[in-house]
Design a protein around this ligand. Structure first.
Ligand code: ADP
Ligand code: ASP
Ligand code: MG
Length: 417
């Protein structure tokens, strides 16, 4: 059994979908689960629909743009607008239109998931129909029939026991007969409401499938040759890395390397399933093996933008002792806001977090009785793993103000402005 994941960039248009289909066809007719993301920037476009809906603007007009994009992709793929795929898409669209007509505005996060999830349903229906068209018979799986989660909308937590049992009873028999095409990113509550696993979550979906199906390996097909020692869009001199360990991958993604979703590694490491990061542009390329060795790794650079530094000062000059630290951590954890860097002083505590205003507001509300709360925005964390010498770091800091720095033998982190 193998699991493939194709991200938005790989299926952004008809040419992309044809390329994906040809990759799938090279790998056989069964024992292959294909997890697909929404096409191109569809998830962002659906976020606009949701925003317009809540702002009482013309959300249907914003959704028409999404429909139009997919209509064009299908006409380009099937050469007609009379194919059966158009009816299937109409059914999905009708559900969204119906939601947008509803006046009853439930919680933002709930509505967000009901609408944003449609991107993956649409793309998987199109990919499955195109594969059938070119003779790669496959079964389309509604992932919500197996991926069971709690109701933390937008950051749903997977119920491993229920999901495993459904994987055994539904997916395993399906995959022994044919290729399975399904959606990344989305799941379902026990009440049958759609959830999502967090933005960019399709890599994670694929890893859950790989774990539960005891796959031989998982491949995520990207627009880069594999894992490099920095995002090539940021670092022109970035070089390809042959293989890295699970440990290195988990560290890199934790610090913000966006090439792999951070939650992807654990399900694979737990069953020692290698992750291959390969290029859909050059499928013959070797790709990076995650789950291998770290041989002479070059310095790996990670840039995390849009950071906020929160400085907490105790109002009454009481020390930041264990209980106070516990209170601070509880507030961040309750808001689901991860601490990317932190530093403690006698009567102060500094936390660097992703600048997500609604979460920061929650933290502030929980702590402002006891602390003065100061926020500095528009900051960047530069992380360098395996830095060879300090000059190397200086080169990146040149021309920037350093606000906070932390150095361990393996890892440098600087908060820069
Ligand atoms: P997907 O299509 O699966 O959503 P992403 O766009 O999320 O793919 O991930 C691929 C992108 O990750 C690349 O285009 C690249 O810009 C970025 N990236 C960030 N860090 C790295 C890295 N260390 N190595 C390779 N690519 C990286
Ligand atoms: N389509 C979702 C997103 O853009 C999930 C993914 O691509 O992994 O966040
Ligand atoms: Mg992505």
């Amino acid at each position: 059994m193998r699991v493939f994941k194709f991200g938005g960039a790989s299926v952004k248009d008809a040419a992309g979908i044809k390329n994906v289909a040809s990759i799938i066809q090279q790998y056989g007719e069964k024992n292959l689960v294909v997890v697909v993301s929404a096409t191109g920037k569809t998830t962002n476009a659906l976020e606009v629909v949701i925003k317009d809906y809540f702002d009482n603007k013309d959300a249907k007009a914003a959704f028409d743009v999404v429909k139009q994009n997919h209509h064009q992709i299908c006409v380009d793929l099937f050469g007609t607008d009379a194919h059966a795929v158009f009816d299937k898409l109409q059914n999905i669209y009708a559900e969204v239109d119906w939601q947008l007509e509803e006046d009853r505005k439930e919680s933002y996060n709930y509505v967000y998931d009901q609408i944003v999830s449609q991107g993956e349903l649409i793309s998987s229906v199109i990919l499955s129909a195109y594969l059938n068209e070119v003779g790669a018979s496959n079964s389309w799986l509604d992932v919500r029939d197996v991926m069971k989660t709690d109701d933390t909308y937008r950051e749903a937590v997977v119920d491993w026991t229920k999901t495993q049992s459904l994987m055994d009873s539904i997916v395993k028999p399906m995959a022994t007969d044919s290729i399975v095409v399904t959606q990344g990113f989305i799941g379902c509550t026990p009440e049958n409401c759609t959830t999502t696993l967090g933005r960019e979550g399709s890599d994670y979906t694929a890893a859950i499938f790989a774990n539960m199906l005891d796959a031989e390996n998982q491949t995520i097909w990207k627009d880069v040759p594999g894992v490099m020692n920095g995002d090539p869009r940021v670092f022109e001199d970035a070089v390809f890395i042959d293989e890295i360990s699970f440990n290195e991958a988990v560290e890199m993604t934790f610090y913000g390397a966006t090439v792999i979703h951070p939650k992807t590694i654990k399900p694979l490491q737990n069953k020692n399933i290698p992750l291959l990061v390969k290029s859909f542009i050059n499928p013959e390329g070797k790709g990076t093996k995650v789950g291998g060795n770290d041989n002479n790794l070059p310095p790996i650079r990670i840039v995390k933008n849009n950071q906020a530094l929160i400085t907490l000062h105790t109002k009454d000059f009481s020390f930041v002792e264990d209980e106070v630290v516990a209170e601070i951590f509880t507030a961040f954890s309750a808001a689901n806001l991860k601490l990317n860097m932190m530093q403690q002083g006698a009567i102060s505590f500094e936390a660097v977090v992703d600048n997500i205003p609604e979460k920061i507001t929650k933290v502030k509300a929980a702590l402002e009785n006891k602390f003065n709360f100061v926020i500095e925005e528009h900051l960047t964390i530069l992380t360098i793993r395996h830095y060879t010498n300090l000059d190397y770091i200086e080169k990146f800091k040149a021309g920037k103000k350093t606000i906070l720095e932390q150095r361990r033998p393996s890892t440098y982190q600087g908060l820069l402005q």
